[in-house]
Design a protein around this ligand. Structure first.
Ligand code: XBP
Ligand code: MG
Length: 234
């Protein structure tokens, strides 16, 4: 085994419900939009990976009067990008406040792998700024140096469930999929890692526990600690 490759959101930390979702709503309020993504709606919108793509999908689903006055065409793309940049600023601030801890067993597993000299990498849809802020604040300052490659966000043309981000990480590390294991939390993530040929371990969370993980090598409730062990779901 030549490397462990980790997804970020939902895998390293439970970032969606109380992190990204809250940051989106703060950015909407700041922009004077009367949009509010509650927990249920956000759970549906999570089917779309990528924050900019998720905002666009929301706009496409709205009745005309909810989105009247928004720019059209390329201007809409720029408007969404600016709104998403504001959301990222709010999310980074949430991480800096220490509000979002690593999930159970993640620090233990990363530390054991690092100490055993097993290379680590990240393959995520979220933005690089968010990865840096999570590692700095929830793991330890300078933790980015533990990861040989951090593949994040717009670095690839197609986001998960496309294989692109995992293919990118494998290519950057000069490794074959059969030499690595991927860690994910969602069916979109599993589709991506499997499309790249990677054996995948899933740790489910509130938003993903009902999804179809039949193509995973192992499905757990968490990575777990000796005092709070994981349970094998599948
Ligand atoms: C999950 C995603 C991301 C986050 C929001 O990424 O799909 O879009 O929900 O982050 P992963 P951004 O599970 O692959 O880590 O707004 O920065 O996209
Ligand atoms: Mg995820």
């Amino acid at each position: 085994m030549k490397a462990l490759i980790f997804d970020v959101d939902g895998t390293l930390a439970d970032t969606e419900r109380d992190g990204h979702r809250v940051a989106f709503n703060l950015a909407f309020a700041e922009a004077g939009l009367d949009w509010e993504w509650d927990e249920a709606l956000y759970g549906e919108l999570l089917a779309v990976t990528g924050g900019k793509e998720r905002i666009r999908r929301f706009i496409e689903q709205q009745k005309p009067q909810m989105v009247e006055g928004l720019p059209e065409g390329d201007d809409l793309g720029e408007w969404i990008a600016a709104l998403h940049a504001a959301k990222t600023r709010h999310f980074v601030a949430l991480l800096a406040s220490g509000k979002i801890p690593l999930r159970s067993g993640v620090r233990r597993l990363l530390t054991e792998a690092h100490d055993a000299g097993v290379p680590l990498a990240i393959a995520t849809t979220t933005t690089p700024q968010n990865v840096s802020a999570l590692l700095e604040n929830a793991l330890f300052p300078g933790a980015e140096s533990w990861f040989e490659v951090i593949g994040a966000g717009d670095i690839v043309p197609a986001k998960k469930p496309a294989a692109d981000i995992y293919d990118y990480v494998l290519e950057q590390m000069g490794l074959k999929p059969e030499q690595c294991i991927a860690f994910e939390d969602s069916v979109n993530g599993l589709r991506s890692s499997r499309a790249a040929g990677l054996k995948t371990i899933i740790t489910v969370n509130g938003y993903t526990e009902a999804e179809d993980f039949s193509r995973a090598a192992l499905v757990l409730d968490q990575m777990g600690e000796p005092s709070d062990p994981c349970h094998i779901i599948q």
